[in-house]
Design a binder for this molecule. Structure first.
Ligand code: C2O
Ligand code: CU
Length: 508
């Protein structure tokens, strides 16, 4: 997901660059930030600084964090893998602030390659958004970089690199922004991070990407390991044909493991609580190619927030979370031992964690709570609370973003163009913008916009990442109040990295 390349339409004065691949790396960087059309608001502009100044609150705290991306050995609860992480555990360090606080995070890059940190979902100042080539230079190996920004809105967020397919390693962590005014209404909190895992099992994410590109979208997952992982979604001849009743085509990559809080189902994370306690679970899907269907055995979930923002509470048996989406739920706990299962939607395998409030034996790694196959909620169908509903207003501009792609060669597009050739989606400060996301493919795409939270047309639910189902459309509205240059992309990292990205840019 790095942006170390030039784009027609955005770039002034550099010709012939369109052929540079999205993964061309830091070479295009020698001269510093790419020069963009001067008619567009730049990350270091006074307008960006002014909007940030207006977010600052007197008396707010400064939250300090240090992130040291580095090679690590992770024990996933049995399997031990060599990978890259922010800590010797996955997820990386929890960063916790109150709405309006200043977050100052120093990144010390001990990776053998350049990196960056993106603050997913935060409506932050553009120059701190962490997209190399668009908002900053990449952080070179051995270099340091300080991010400093106000976190204006409470909610559940996460951070990860915006460099290549680094997200598909252990480079992710949760950022919780607490609401000083929130009534609470729960006794206990649990942060649950979902992931699909391949690194250190015989293939790196870069090798997965390369194999998708050379095999034309047929991930041969595990074939190089004697067919160990060829179960489930693998059809005759090794072709990947993963499908889901909810999503259609469900994924391109075969993963040997699915994790909750860095653990495989054979050695799950355990939350210990008391019967009748009200538990708030903050769920983050940090996976790269996997949506999860989530349920807590013996319980129904009351969904209270998605992508940080409150919704009219809805009770459901299960919910589906695409890559990059978050969901907060509350449950009133029964007495016993209960499996929290995140089943890899349309794939073979699941992630597991345990809630223990009483005696009983631990559920088997393959346990499948009946709740998973009852009512399954998609977050786009939730409704915004009145407090966060966008005011009624006609859009000043409507932009259509047509999602396309092909497996052979493996290449994903927006409006027919890969990122290297894409033109920016133009807005002006203060406008109401409608984006029509039109999916012309047979895969679902969790589409993510940086720096803004949009409202899904129809439900009004406020989100920064929304699933667009195969051959369907979703319209979203946003107020253009955060000037700068922002990414719009699919949060399937393999789709993004092979082209399904574009920019939203503010005109002067
Ligand atoms: Cu979490 Cu550009 O994304
Ligand atoms: Cu996609």
């Amino acid at each position: 997901m790095s942006v170390a390349l030039t784009r027609r339409g955005l770039l002034a004065g550099i010709a012939g660059a369109a052929g540079i691949a999205a993964t061309a790396g830091a070479a295009a960087w020698a001269g510093g930030l790419l020069r963009f059309d001067p008619a567009l608001v730049a990350p270091d502009s006074t307008l960006v600084a002014r909007v940030e100044a207006a977010r600052r609150r007197t008396g707010s705290a400064t939250v300090l964090a240090t992130l040291t991306p580095r090679p690590v050995t992770l024990d996933l609860g049995g399997p031990t893998v060599q990978t890259w992480g922010y800590a010797d555990t996955a997820p990386g360090p929890l960063i916790r602030a109150r709405a309006g606080d200043l977050i100052r995070a120093e990144v010390v890059n001990h990776l053998p390659t350049a990196t960056s940190v993106h603050w997913h979902g935060i409506a932050l100042r553009n120059d701190m958004d962490g997209v190399p080539g668009l908002t900053q230079r990449p952080i070179a190996p051995g270099a340091r970089h300080t991010y400093e920004f106000t976190a204006p809105d409470p909610g559940t967020y996460f951070y990860h690199p915006h460099s290549g397919v680094q997200l598909d390693r252990a480079l992710y962590g949760v950022l919780v922004v607490d609401d000083p005014a929130e009534p609470g209404g729960y006794d206990n909190e649990w942060i649950v991070v979902l992931d699909d895992w391949v690194d250190g099992t015989g293939r790196t994410p870069d090798q997965v990407l390369a194999s998708l590109q050379t095999m034309g979208g047929m991930d041969m997952g595990g074939m190089d390991m004697g067919g160990m992982h060829m179960g489930g979604g693998m059809a005759m001849g090794g072709m990947e044909t993963m499908t889901s009743p909810l999503l259609g085509g469900a994924g391109d990559v075969v993963y040997p493991h699915y994790l909750i809080n860095g653990r495989v189902p054979a050695a799950p994370a355990v939350l210990t609580a008391k019967p009748r306690q009200r538990l708030r679970i903050r769920i983050v899907n940090a996976a790269s190619d996997t949506a999860f269907r989530i349920a807590l055995g013996g319980h129904r979930l009351t969904v209270t927030h998605t992508d940080g923002f409150p919704v009219t509470p809805v009770v459901t048996d299960a919910l589906l979370l695409g890559m990059g989406e978050r969901c907060d739920v509350t449950v009133e706990l029964s007495d016993g031992v209960f499996p929290l299962v995140a089943a890899a939607e349309g794939k073979a395998g699941q992630a597991l964690a345990i809630v223990r409030t009483g005696s009983g034996t631990r559920p088997a790694p393959t346990v499948r709570p009946t709740e998973l196959d009852r009512q399954v909620l998609l977050t786009g169908t939730l409704r915004a609370t009145d407090a966060v509903r966008l005011a009624e207003r006609d859009p000043d501009r409507v932009h259509r973003l047509v999602l396309g792609g092909a497996m052979m060669p493996y290449r994903w597009t927006i409006n027919g163009a890969t990122f290297a050739h894409s033109a920016p989606t133009l807005v002006r400060h203060g406008e109401r913008i409608r984006l029509q996301l039109v999916n012309r493919t047979s895969m679902f795409h969790p589409m993510h916009l940086h720096g803004h939270t949009f409202a899904v047309a129809g439900t009004g639910v406020r989100k920064d990442t929304v699933i667009v189902l195969p051959n369907q459309s979703v319209a979203v509205d946003l107020d253009a109040t955060n000037p700068g240059r922002w990414m719009i992309h699919c949060h399937n990292i393999y789709h993004a990295e092979t082209g399904m990205m574009t920019t939203l840019a503010y005109q002067q």
